[in-house]
Design a protein around this ligand. Structure first.
Ligand code: SF4
Length: 444
């Protein structure tokens, strides 16, 4: 345990070995080199998939480069979200202030792109010099007649999770500002799916087959007008435990919209997501359609997964992802194809999430909150994992120690959600874990 800093000991647990509740939901330990991103990054990843809005970063170019085109979120229409604009603050601006530069930039960009709304992000240095971004946004909003929303996200104010909250507050300023002429009674908003590799479109198809109207997708393939009308939906269906719970809570408090938490990863959780919606609407016909859909998908999928299970049984996986809810789905999905999860960790899990993981995992599984490269490398070697499942920052850890890596985060190019996503996941795990290339690398 020499690789774990003394003050982090309580953030690591072993399933079956102790009953201690994992210490989590707190600021990263200084000097521990956490895998967490900054507040600005957290807000940017959540708001990024609003495709018809302008996104302007008030800060140094490095902040913009860090988050440029940060997600593989696809759009069925405009692609304004993929352009990352920045005021590129220089030394002179830091000394004399960057307000004039920001004002001129926003005006020029609105005239150029005619966006439906604009999100103006403040980063670390603006938090230090104190430019009045809110005032500039209010002025331009009056001049141009579209919502100009300040996103106060200096990176140093906390972690990525605080950025999620900032993003939810920004989105909430739009909710309830417009109503469409008619919104069907059995309508939902999908929160927390970011349409990576087109995953949202798979879900839309499922809900359509069940007769559920999707009112707004927040924020995958998101549209400003749909978000403005989001208060007219009957239910918020929330994926990704960290990023959208706060928005769901605000919508419940303000508009009385109930919410449910779902996961679209793995066949059990995907099916539950559909059944839970049908159950909410107390609609037998909807439930029958959901059952029919699940049966049809299972009939196609189960024999194919059996092929992978036969070959992958005995392999061991390390999981380290942003939200713990996804980690839970991954443990179940891996079990379905014969892979044992030997390390399960997340950046932002809660006590309840980790308790659930502890119950779900086999004895001896290492469970870790807010880990770092040194710890993760040691855990992987200790548990002799065959594959690492994580995001962009975990990829080099895996590759440096000669281990297969599966990207289950922003950059994925194949959909991993839904039934077709489960098959893609099995294919990817198989192709990576069984690749002959590992014979030529040093075994961890
Ligand atoms: S930590 Fe600060 S400077 Fe770095 S990317 Fe985040 S906002 Fe920008």
């Amino acid at each position: 345990m020499g690789h774990i800093l003394d003050d982090r000991m309580k953030q690591v647990s072993v399933a079956g070995a102790n009953e201690r509740t994992i210490d989590c939901n707190k600021a990263s330990l200084a000097g521990s080199v956490s895998q967490r991103a900054c507040v600005f990054c957290g807000s940017r990843v959540v708001l990024y998939p609003i495709v018809d809005a302008l996104h302007v970063i008030h800060g140094p170019i490095g902040c913009a480069a860090y988050t440029w085109d940060i997600r593989g979120s696809l759009s069925s229409g405009p692609e304004l979200h993929r352009l990352s604009y920045c005021t590129d603050l220089q030394e002179k601006d830091v000394i004399f202030g960057g307000e004039k530069k920001l004002y001129a930039s926003i005006i020029e960009l609105i005239d150029l792109h005619k966006p439906k709304a604009a999100f103006i992000y403040t980063t670390c240095i603006v938090g230090v010099i104190g430019d009045d971004v809110e005032q500039i946004c209010r002025t331009i909003e009056k001049e141009k007649g579209i919502p100009i929303i300040p996103v106060q996200a200096p990176g140093f104010q906390g972690s990525k999770k605080d950025g999620y909250k900032v993003a939810c507050e920004a989105i909430f300023t739009l909710v309830g500002t417009k109503s469409k002429p008619f919104t069907p009674a059995k309508s939902i908003n999908i929160l927390g799916d970011f349409n990576l590799a087109g995953e949202l479109w798979i879900l839309l198809e499922y809900y359509k087959k069940m007769g559920v109207y999707v009112n707004a997708t927040i924020t995958g393939d998101g549209r400003v007008d749909d978000i403005c009308n989001a208060h007219n939906a009957a239910l918020n269906v929330v994926q990704c435990s960290g990023s959208m719970n706060y928005l769901a809570k605000m919508m419940k408090d303000e508009y009385g919209i109930p919410s449910m938490r779902v996961s679209y990863f793995g066949i059990e959780d995907m099916s539950d997501a559909l059944y839970d919606v049908a159950r909410f609407f107390k609609d037998d016909d909807m439930m029958d359609k959901a059952r029919e859909l699940v049966k049809e998908e299972f009939t196609k999928l189960i024999p194919q997964l059996a092929w992978y299970k036969e070959r992958l049984t005995g392999k061991k996986a390390a999981i380290y992802v942003g939200g713990a809810f996804k980690a839970i789905s991954l443990v179940k999905a891996l079990r379905l194809i014969g892979v044992q999860s030997v390390i399960v960790g997340s950046q932002t899990g809660t006590t309840e999430d980790y308790e659930l993981i502890k119950q779900l995992c086999d004895e001896g599984t290492i469970i870790v909150d807010d880990s770092n490269p040194v710890e993760l490398s040691h855990f992987v070697k200790e548990k002799q994992a065959d594959i690492f499942i994580g995001g962009v920052k975990e990829r080099p850890i895996a590759h440096k120690i000669g281990l297969g890596f599966c990207d289950h985060n922003h950059e994925r190019k194949e959909p991993l959600a839904g039934y077709e996503g489960m098959l893609n996941f099995a294919k990817e795990i198989y192709a990576t874990a069984m690749s002959p290339v590992w014979k030529f690398t040093k075994n961890p």
